[in-house]
Structures are given as C-alpha cells and as structure tokens.
Design a protein around this ligand. Structure first.
Ligand code: SAM
Length: 239
C-alpha cells in the first residue's frame, strides 16, 4: 500500500503506517547520527538537556525513553544518573545505540503497547518521536499507565515557528535543505521527504496539550524553543 507522507492521527488502522515508519528508520539508521548532527547544527543536544532537566533529580530512578532511536536522549538521562530504558521498534536504530554505548537497556517494542506493568517508571521521555506515532492517544494512555503517581512525561518535538520571517526561512530549510542533504548522504530520498512532512502536518503544541490533559495529565506546560522550531511539553500524573 502506498503511504501518504503527511502525519495523521489514526487510532483505527495504524499498523500499515507503522510498518512504513519502522522500515524508514531501519533504512536510514547507518547515517542517522551523522545527519542529525549536520542538519540540527548540534542545537538538538541543548534541547535534550533542557527537557531532561525538567523532572528534577533523576538519580537512581527508572526512566523510559520511548522512540529512543540511537539513544541520544537516553545518554543524557544516563549522565544525569537515571536508569534509562531505551524503547524503540526499529532494531537497526537500537543496535546502533547499543554499539555506541548510548543505549544500555534496549527494549524492542511498539511505544503504543508498552511491555511494562502499571507504575513502572518515574519519568517517560520522547524526543523527536511522537510525531511518528499514528495512534497517538493510545500511546499517551500507555505512557500514563506505566508512570508512577507523580511521574513526569516530557515530550521534545520539532514544531512550526509562527513568526512569518522565521517561517519563510524554516520552510526553505525543511523542504529544500533537509530532503537534499538527507537524501544525498543517506541515499534514502523518500525518507528525508517523509520527515519534513511529518513536522509540517503534526498537531500543534496546544492541541497536543489538550491530548495530554484528556488522558489525565496535569499541570501541562509548553516551552517553545527557537521561535517555536522545537517545543517541549511537560505533564505530570497526579500523585
Ligand atoms: C526521529 S527518530 C528519534 C530518535 C531519538 N529519540 C532521537 O532523539 O534522536 C524517531 C524514532 O522513533 C521510533 N518510532 C517511531 N514510531 C514508533 C513506535 N510506534 N514505537 C516505537 N518506536 C517508534 C523510530 O523507529 C525512530 O527510531
């Protein structure tokens, strides 16, 4: 089945879409880290540190990094002293994370069907992954379930700036530079056309806030980064 490139919330038939997404990340895994550094100019690491600091002291606590990929955020969590479990459904991405030492406790699974008991983690994170999840409400419900009472959920995602000037240059970057550089370096042109489309069509941060609240998260906060190019959302499961 030919996949529509744009993001869409789909709680009825997410399976086909997930196959496409898993295949996409398996295919780009060899050059994923290199391209991440080139295309983000390293700014992503600053945003990761900001997100991971929101829950406060994580020393000795169990934290689940969902859609962990090659483990950039898992490594930041580990550095903070957390026991970071890295979950992803792309084995190729996880393997790279393990081989670089960033992923210590890998779990291959679908983020919308978490293989953990209720109340297993003090915090759950997702960086640049939630916009790939078609059954997003199911995913958020699962995150809520595996969190302990008082646990934190932190989302870091690429979003759309509102300032018209920034928006103009951002669209050139998104639809011109990313597909070109990503396509040339990885050799996977479809994948690097898909990724910008998901950013352009993903729900906006306020809608995402509503989704978190609808699943029971409280005190949801939204932090815009770099004119809204990225957004961090934080919600807490009532204690
Ligand atoms: C853009 S990468 C982000 C990886 C990493 N978090 C980072 O910050 O670099 C998105 C990751 O989400 C994973 N992913 C997407 N949908 C998923 C799902 N439903 N379950 C588990 N992993 C998923 C993909 O395999 C991919 O590794």
């Amino acid at each position: 089945m030919k996949q529509k490139l744009a993001y869409s919330v789909d709680n009825d038939n997410p399976a086909e879409r997930k196959r496409f997404i898993r295949g996409t990340f398996d295919a780009i895994s060899p050059t994923y880290d290199l391209l991440n550094r080139i295309l983000s100019f390293g700014i992503d690491m600053r945003w990761r540190r900001f997100s991971v600091n929101i829950p406060g002291d994580l020393r000795g606590k169990r934290v689940l990094d969902t859609c962990a990929g090659t483990g950039d955020s898992s490594a930041v969590l580990t550095k903070k002293g957390a026991h970071a479990v890295s979950l992803d459904f792309s084995l190729a991405m996880l393997r790279r994370g393990v081989s670089t030492g960033r992923v210590r406790y890998p779990v291959a699974a679908d983020a919308s069907c978490l293989p953990f008991r209720e109340g297993s983690f003090s915090a759950v994170t997702v960086s640049f992954g939630i916009r790939n999840i078609p059954d997003i409400n199911v995913y958020i419900g699962e995150v809520f379930r595996v969190l302990t009472a008082g646990g934190d959920f932190v989302i870091l995602e690429l979003t759309r700036p509102e300032n018209p000037v920034v928006k103009f240059f951002y669209r050139i970057y998104l639809f011109g530079l990313i597909p070109l550089i990503g396509g040339i370096i990885s050799g996977k042109f479809t994948a690097y056309r898909y990724l910008p489309e998901t950013i352009a069509s993903f729900v906006d941060p306020e809608e995402l806030r509503g989704m978190l609240e609808a699943q029971g998260f409280e005190q949801v906060r939204v932090y815009r980064k770099m004119f809204g190019v990225a957004t961090v959302l934080h919600g807490r499961k009532a204690g």
